[in-house]
Design a protein around this ligand. Structure first.
Ligand SMILES: Cc1ncc(COP(=O)(O)O)c(C=O)c1O
Length: 282
């Protein structure tokens, strides 16, 4: 007998949400972020629903290869890049694109002898402070790529830390200014916007937008619901009540008694928890 909890995936919702991305960023190419098995929706299933996107982005090279082998011909970008020379050979063989965000990757790329050319997204850290070269390091990194005859198209990218805050916020403006100052004199394609920036910061759209969460039907904002943004949920979790408890006023429920009854009540226990991907009660 199988457990009653189920995740139902609505592929038409993914397709619809991609059309919402197009509505907000009509002049940009779309790099659909499908990392972590398409945020748990199933990579190949999600990719089929998102097949009109001009590119896919993910972290895992084996997933990227699977996507290529499934017949997708568009750009497939590795958001953390590669971790060894061996992976560079895979990147070349499967015609993947790679982020380059630190010196070790630059050095491996310089040592690699390719048969063709590898497309690179060079990442600038403009304030997210996770991945990317500092503005001071950026020009040297770019020059290293430019003199490498095995590097093909170079795209400049960054990632925005606080685009989910109110429109026109200063953090996005500062990151954009930092990015533009570095990218200004370079006639290269650019990519900055995640879901929140697609929806709220049109001046960040540039050549490629990189939606993740909005494709799956969730709002990136605390102050606007998915429904208000016309995003459709791609996943619905359903389950059943498998036990009923009668509580007295003051009784606690679950780990740490996080829920406490403020009156006598009857409660239903639904099969499902954080191992199923359902967030713990807070
Ligand atoms: C580099 C990069 N771009 C885009 C995204 C998509 O972001 P979001 O889910 O906020 O749209 C992610 C996700 O973490 C990311 O790491």
């Amino acid at each position: 007998m199988s457990r009653p909890i189920q995740a139902l995936i609505d592929l038409s919702a993914l397709e619809h949400n991609l059309s919402v991305v197009r509505h907000y960023a009509p002049r940009s190419r779309v790099m659909a972020v499908v990392k972590a098995d398409a945020y748990g929706h199933g990579l190949l299933r999600a990719a089929d629903a998102l097949k009109r996107a001009e590119g896919f982005a993910m972290l895992e090279i084996d997933a990227a290869v699977r996507l290529r082998e499934a017949g997708y011909r568009q750009t497939i970008l590795l958001l953390e890049g590669f971790f060894s020379m061996a992976e560079l050979a895979w990147i070349e063989q499967y015609h993947l694109s790679t982020v380059v965000h630190h010196h070790e990757q630059l050095a491996m790329l310089s040592a690699y002898r390719a048969h063709g050319r590898l497309d690179v997204f060079l990442k600038l850290n403009t304030g997210m402070n996770r991945l990317g070269f500092t503005p001071e390091q950026f020009h040297a990194a770019l020059e290293t790529l430019k003199v490498n005859s095995f590097v093909g198209q170079i795209t400049l990218m960054t990632h925005l830390a606080r685009a989910d805050e109110s429109a026109g916020n200063e953090s996005v403006a500062a990151q954009l200014q930092c990015f533009n100052a570095v990218a200004e004199a370079r006639n290269l394609p650019r990519s900055l916007a995640n879901s929140a920036a697609i929806l709220r910061c049109p001046d960040t759209h540039a050549d490629w937008v990189r939606p993740g969460i909005m494709l799956y039907g969730a709002s990136p904002f605390a102050d606007r619901t998915a429904k208000e943004l016309d995003l459709h949920p791609a996943m619905t979790i359903s389950s059943k009540i498998i036990a009923v408890q009668q509580l007295k006023s003051g009784d606690g429920v679950g780990y740490g008694h996080m829920f406490r009854a403020d009156r006598p009540m009857r409660i239903g226990i639904v099969a499902g928890g954080y191992a199923d991907g359902y967030p713990p009660y807070r």
